[in-house]
Ligand binder design. Structure first.
Ligand code: NZQ
Ligand code: ZN
Length: 381
């Protein structure tokens, strides 16, 4: 085990109907003005918005509405939210949505407390924000685990960069599996694949022998696959949705990362593909990850063999990878880039730009060159 410091900033309220208990306890002694932040409107259709507004009104809170947070949230949207939060002197931010809404709010919360530009603060001056408006998260679509960490993935459209910006973790998170019942099934499965990907990316990073974090990651992977299979049989299986919701939080709340290094090269490639195409995160990973693993299979043969045995009950590393590729197909996830939504045409030039702007990871089984990242992207077409 490598040395580490672990602390746990987010209080979790898990279960059907848990929003009422969470909001009543967590907001009881806070200021009166709550920014209610959400996405493109799903929460208005499925009744979650009305439910939350009723709870807030019962507590006498004033509500500042902030809507329209898009998937792959942009830095411009962060600035819009921060300006509103400052103008309305917001005391608390409540993010109601999936990873995009929660991430956007993490940076709104910090940007609203400083006159400096957070992007240049973090990436030019290499400083982190010290203050933020307190934030709570109500998860309506699971998969990213954004509700239990302080990192936010933001797209800076002007710079063509989609990357992790460090904010503050939500103080509390509501995980009500029934809230996910209205999520389009394709999104449910892409979210769950993102969870699987987080556990895989953590596991394939460098660790010492018999590291407990490796074993916990394998358990999270196996459980994610099992419950995804259950949902393929019955989309409304609430128990499976609940398991996936907790798998999602477990994969990104830092527990799997204790005492080891992580890989996340597939994520780095996908984020840059997303910066250029605005593709769906989980679906982009489903295309990239198997191709990446074919490139590094021989660099971590024992790890791939253990992954094959425990997650897919296969005897060899190669058979495990084949089983993963078949699983992706069985889930109806994309396997080629042309199946991904793209706002711009995929060309060799675009893929070169994606490769050249991708962060290269150094603690994965083998460090890739930019040319190899380009080859991986070309193989995804
Ligand atoms: O915008 P609305 O109308 O709400 O619709 C959303 C959106 O279209 C819909 N949705 C959410 N809850 C719903 C619902 N539709 C019906 N019923 C509900 N209950 O789902 C769609 C996708 O939502 P989004 O939040 O974009 O998806 P996801 O949770 O997959 O988040 C993706 C973002 O998170 C980042 C990704 O890069 C991407 O930007 N990630 C964040 C991470 C983190 N902070 O730890 C880690 C991840 O690796 C990831 O990079
Ligand atoms: Zn992810």
């Amino acid at each position: 085990m490598n040395d580490f410091v672990f602390s746990y900033p987010t209080k979790v309220y898990f279960g059907e109907g848990s929003a009422k208990e969470a909001l009543s306890s967590e907001l009881a002694h806070t200021g009166n003005t709550v920014m209610l932040a959400y996405g493109g409107g799903s929460v208005k259709k499925n009744g979650i918005y009305d439910e939350i507004v009723t709870i807030l009104r019962e507590q006498g809170k004033g509500i500042v509405d902030f809507s329209g947070i898009m998937s792959n949230p942009t830095y411009a949207k962060v600035q819009e939210g921060a300006a509103l939060a400052k103008k309305e002197q917001v005391d608390y931010i409540l993010a109601v949505g999936g990873g995009s809404v929660i991430d956007c709010c993490k940076i709104i919360a910090a940007q609203a407390k400083t006159e400096e530009d957070i992007w240049s603060m973090e990436f030019v001056q290499h400083k982190l924000p010290h203050h933020a408006i307190p934030l709570g998260a109500v998860v309506t679509a699971s998969g990213t685990g954004a509700e239990m960490n302080g990192g936010a993935v933001i797209t800076n459209e002007a710079l063509h960069i989609k990357t992790g910006v460090l904010g503050f973790a939500p103080r509390f998170a509501v995980l009500d599996p029934s809230y996910t019942l209205s999520v389009p099934f394709r999104q449910v499965i892409s979210g769950a694949f993102d969870t699987l990907s987080h556990a895989m990316e953590t596991y394939f990073g460098q660790s010492d022998q018999n590291n407990v974090s490796d074993d916990v990651a394998l358990a999270v992977m196996r459980n994610t696959v099992t419950n995804m299979r259950r949902l393929l049989m019955d989309e409304n299986d609430l128990q499976a949705r609940g398991n996936l919701m907790w798998d999602s939080a477990m994969a990104e709340n830092g527990i799997l990362k204790c005492g080891r290094l992580t890989d996340f090269q597939a994520h780095q490639i996908e984020h840059q593909l997303g910066a250029y195409t605005d593709c769906n995160h989980g679906q982009g990973l489903a295309v990239i990850q198997p191709v990446y693993y074919r490139h590094i299979l021989k660099d971590a043969p024992e790890k791939f063999a253990k992954f094959a045995k425990i997650v897919f009950n296969e005897d060899t590393a190669e058979a495990g990878l084949e089983a993963m590729e078949k699983f992706i197909k069985d889930c109806g996830l994309p396997t080629k880039m042309e199946e991904l939504k793209s706002r711009t045409q995929i060309t060799a030039k675009l893929l070169r730009q994606v490769a050249d702007s991708t962060n290269v990871i150094q603690c994965n089984p083998r460090e890739l060159s930019k040319d190899e990242i380009y080859e991986i992207l070309v193989e995804c077409v």
